[in-house]
Design a protein around this ligand. Structure first.
Ligand SMILES: Cc1ncc(COP(=O)(O)O)c(C=O)c1O
Length: 399
């Protein structure tokens, strides 16, 4: 880079960074969806079996959610007009928060604009520079960003390793305020945190326990109540985060916990204070989604039977699916350029399974990340397996 080029375009370093991404096989064009988010959808003008959405229960297009959203638009308009703490708290926002608290069996809940905002906003609000965060090494980026924003010290424990966490808790006993934080279901690996052991350790050492249940909400526990319910830990996890953007099918994130936690977040969580609240259609559709979770349990049953069918098929074909125990099933590939080539070839054959590389996962651990949904048919899953077999063999990912 010459000095003259830099002077004429101070952003020229971005082009260099992009060239580097291309050279490493990590440059991605956005796939564009025309029409609805469904198990078979049209992306980039091609009809593909869609194993890349987080639409676990097929709620993005559920008639009850559509109707609820349309009703809200007709009756209340399209926007809330303000942040929650000024003029943007509508009846529907309060109703949704009450509903989530009942669902999660906590005293209260607060809704944020996204799961990202819920995690980052909460961690940054409750901890400060004299505090300590103990975080699983594969926790979501929003937890990591919240931890950085809080200015608390951060100690990372090895993935799903309660013994290592226990040692860290002992070593750091002199720190007054500590937060133990883990994803409930890990978003790129599909494995489940050992919540019983982790929550017991946090309790024994007087630390705050927080879980990010973005991928457990609507998936694990009774009617999709999440990992706390799945492990029978009600009352033992101080802060539960969930999203409204994945299985719930709409948009948003929430924190469920004690009344004081929620009131404190109303006063101190910066995305809550400084960013406009959801349009009424979003809140209304989310409320309808909680009705559907309770009234259509067969969706979650179907999600799990589809998951089993697909995972068994992948194993039979000889794919390495890591440690996944949930509908998120990685297909481990190794190098990023091979993962991206695999993904592109599958796409040409009619299957959308996103390739994932660094920095989303560690270097050398590139993969395809697949998620089946409750609404995939068995024929779609079998067709997906047959495409995976053909392309996997041609690229020698399986033999
Ligand atoms: C584990 C985890 N936490 C939080 C989020 C953020 O949720 P949202 O998409 O609602 O911002 C995601 C989604 O990307 C996630 O995978």
């Amino acid at each position: 880079m010459t000095r003259a080029t830099e002077t004429s375009n101070p952003l020229s370093f971005l082009d260099e960074a992009l060239s580097q991404l291309r050279a490493e096989g990590l440059y991605r064009k956005l796939r564009v969806l025309s029409g609805e988010q469904r198990p078979t959808s049209r992306f980039d003008s091609r009809e593909v079996i869609n194993l890349s959405s987080n639409n676990y229960l097929g709620l993005t297009t559920h008639p009850k959610l559509r109707e609820a959203a349309l009703r809200a638009v007709k009756e209340l308009g399209v926007g809330s007009g303000s942040v929650r703490t000024i003029a943007g708290t509508m009846d529907l926002h309060m109703e949704l928060e009450r509903r989530i608290a009942v669902f999660k069996k906590t005293e209260a809940s607060v809704v944020f604009q996204s799961g990202f905002a819920a995690n980052a906003g909460t961690v940054a609000a409750i901890l400060g520079k004299d505090d300590l965060i103990l975080s699983d090494e594969l926790n979501h980026a929003s937890i990591i960003d919240g931890a950085r924003l809080s200015r608390a010290a951060i100690r990372v424990f090895p993935h799903r390793d309660p013994a290592a966490l226990g040692r860290l808790l002992e070593e750091t006993a002199s720190v007054k305020r500590r937060l133990v934080i883990t994803d409930g279901v890990f978003s790129m690996d599909g494995d489940i945190a050992p919540m019983r052991e982790i929550a017991a350790l946090a309790r024994a050492h007087g630390a705050i326990m927080m879980v990010d249940d973005a991928h457990a909400s609507g998936v694990l526990g009774q009617a999709g109540r999440g990992t706390v319910d799945h492990f029978g830990l009600h009352g033992q996890v101080d802060i539960q985060v969930g999203t409204l953007s994945k299985a719930i099918g709409v948009l948003g994130g929430y924190v469920a916990g004690s009344q004081s936690l929620i009131e404190y977040l109303y006063h101190r969580a910066r995305p809550f204070l400084f960013s406009t609240s959801h349009p009424p259609a979003v809140a209304s559709a989310c409320l309808a989604a909680f009705d559907v979770l309770e009234s259509e349990p067969e969706r979650i049953e179907r999600l799990w039977s589809n998951t089993k069918r697909f995972k068994d098929g992948l194993k039979r074909l000889g794919f390495d699916t890591g440690l996944s125990e949930t509908p998120i099933t990685p297909i481990m590939v190794g190098e990023a350029d091979l993962a991206m080539k695999f993904s592109d070839r599958l796409f040409e054959r009619g299957l959308f399974a996103q390739g994932i590389g660094f920095p989303t996962v560690a270097k050398g651990k590139a993969r395809l990340r697949t998620i089946v949904t409750a609404t995939h048919t068995e024929a779609e899953l079998d067709r997906a397996l047959s495409i995976l077999e053909d392309v996997g063999r041609s690229l020698e990912i399986i033999r």
